[in-house]
Write a protein that binds this ligand. Structure first.
Ligand code: GAP
Length: 498
């Protein structure tokens, strides 16, 4: 992960937000290559989800909506995380990420230990318990620890659990609900009447505009409304680079179905679609899995949720949530606004509120997943047969920020440069391409490997001296080289970049 973060900075994919002021926790900037990669992820999703389907339309709604939207949706009351404060260090923790265990020696509780959630929570608690016993010179047999998180702490235990910041008990507060929506004020007044929220999900835009789309969009059930846009959550513990941030981008689609439709079947179809789409942009099957939310832990709006999980270097984590939201949202908005959110069914001559299947994914999480899956350090041989390390980003041509690098073999040979420039200009009309004439050719290949460019074309002496006007095509993954004509190059791009 450290190497990946270093590469992302070094090659201009991702910077800390406001870095010259020390950064701003939970916010990130995308540099020149990052902006291209992110745009490609969005564009692929939009093409496949909206343009290439006859049953989905796209919209773009405002980030700040009427505050009543968030009351009706349940976010004002229910979009909360349990929070624990350390009164001494002023640190805040998500209660479900702060784990503790009683240190039980010969059947008696000698004290408590705590750690922050990680891949090794149980092992770390066990080690902390052994350390506690040793430090306090307690004799006897330590019982195996039972890890619990702070939402499970009994009132009389809280004062005895040490704060991870100080290592001492007595400073942690009981968990309390913390609303994750960012508040702002709209208009000149800054009193309670002007409070508004930055949206914590794009989904509500689709629900609130449901009738507008039905009345204007010539849509018929089942159909979807999709949107890509920024969402904001005041996460208590933003972490793992861009995995959990406070400002992020979502790609969400609300698929409206008949109230009597087989929602479980439709749910499954969308899960499979999402898995297929992730593979189409290069994520390997081996890194993907499913997690079905247990009924008792479902979000307040959901009747069934399956997450597509991705194996990140810091653990298997949620990438894409596919929720069956029933008619919850439209019903809530109908009740709160007094405007019915029904659809007329020709077959039954009945009005009803459609049900919804919602695939919701974060662009930034996909971005991180493709970097993690694509990043490799390899031992290879240079032109002279010497071993060297190469860093390579195996990005799918669909999303790679640069599709082709055009390289004249020598920069001081006018004919080579002229032919390379002509090819570069022609490619540039359709594709993101890069021109590089600086340095040894092997080094130029390496630079492109590191940013995930699938192909390099070298304009060499055979191009200008031999018939056929061919170039050397060098492939990133195999590092193999072959000769190719301009027409073949365009055909190759046409096949892989879509
Ligand atoms: N409309 C439903 C919804 O927003 P969610 O599971 O809270 O559901 C959907 O979010 C997706 O948005 C997640 O699967 C994840 O990919 C992304 N996401 C959520 N919170 C995020 C955060 N703080 N940082 C980055 N991505 C986030």
């Amino acid at each position: 992960m450290d190497n990946l973060v270093a590469l992302a900075k070094r090659r201009g994919f991702i910077f800390q937000s406001s870095e010259i002021y020390g950064g701003f926790n939970g916010f990130f900037d995308y540099g020149p290559l990052g902006a291209e990669l992110k745009k490609n992820i969005r564009d692929c999703w939009w093409s496949d989800m909206v343009r290439r389907r006859d049953d989905v339309v796209g919209i773009e709604t405002s980030i700040i909506m009427h505050p009543k939207v968030w009351e009706a949706s349940g976010h004002v009351a229910g979009f909360t995380d349990p929070l624990v404060d350390c009164k001494v260090s002023k640190q805040r923790y998500r209660a479900d990420q702060l784990f503790f265990a009683a240190v039980i020696v010969d059947g008696k509780t000698a004290g408590y230990v705590s750690v922050l959630e990680s891949e090794k929570t149980a092992a770390e608690l066990q080690a902390a318990a052994e350390n506690f016993k040793r430090k306090k010179a307690i004799q006897g047999t330590l019982a195996p620890i039972v890890a619990k998180d702070m939402t499970e702490a009994q009132p009389d235990e809280i004062a005895l659990i040490p704060s991870p910041a100080t290592g001492e008990p007595g400073s942690l507060t009981p968990p309390r609900s913390f609303n994750m929506m960012f508040q702002t004020n709209v208009g000149a007044m800054t009193d309670g009447s002007s409070i508004a929220y930055l949206r914590p999900e794009t989904a509500q835009g689709m629900f609130v505009d449901f009738k507008n789309v039905v009345d204007t969009g010539r849509v018929k059930l089942p159909f979807g409304i999709a949107q890509i846009g920024k969402s904001f959550r005041n996460e208590i513990t933003p972490r793992n680079f861009i995995f959990r941030s406070r400002e992020f981008e979502q790609m969400e689609m609300e698929y409206f179905i008949h109230e009597d439709a087989d929602w479980a079947k439709c749910h499954e179809e969308w899960i499979a679609w999402c898995e297929g789409w992730l593979k189409s942009i290069g994520l390997p099957d081996s890194h993907l899995s499913r997690y079905t939310h247990p009924k008792e832990k479902l979000a307040f709006y959901s009747r069934g949720t399956v997450d597509i999980m991705f194996k990140y270097p810091f653990g298997v984590q949620e990438l894409w949530g596919i929720a069956a939201r029933g008619s919850y949202d439209l019903t809530q908005h109908a009740n709160a606004s007094g405007k019915p959110q029904e659809i007329f069914d020709e077959a039954s001559k009945k009005k009803f509120v459609p049900h919804v299947i919602e695939p919701a994914v974060g662009v930034d999480r996909i971005f991180l997943a493709v970097l993690c899956a694509g990043y490799a350090e390899e031992d290879v041989k240079d032109e002279k047969g010497n071993s060297e390390k190469r860093t390579v980003l195996r990005l799918s041509p669909r999303i790679a920020p640069v599709k082709v690098a055009v390289l004249p073999l020598l920069k001081n040979k006018e004919q080579l440069v002229g032919r390379a420039q002509a090819l570069y200009k022609k490619l540039q009309r359709r594709y993101a391409v890069f021109y590089d004439e600086a340095g040894a050719i092997g080094r130029r290949y390496r630079r492109q490997d590191e940013v995930g460019t699938p192909w390099c074309v070298t304009i060499d002496f055979d191009t200008i001296e031999k018939p056929g006007d061919t170039f050397t095509l060098r492939e990133r993954d195999s590092m193999s080289q072959r000769r190719i004509t301009e027409a073949e190059l365009f055909a190759l791009l046409e096949e892989h970049v879509y």
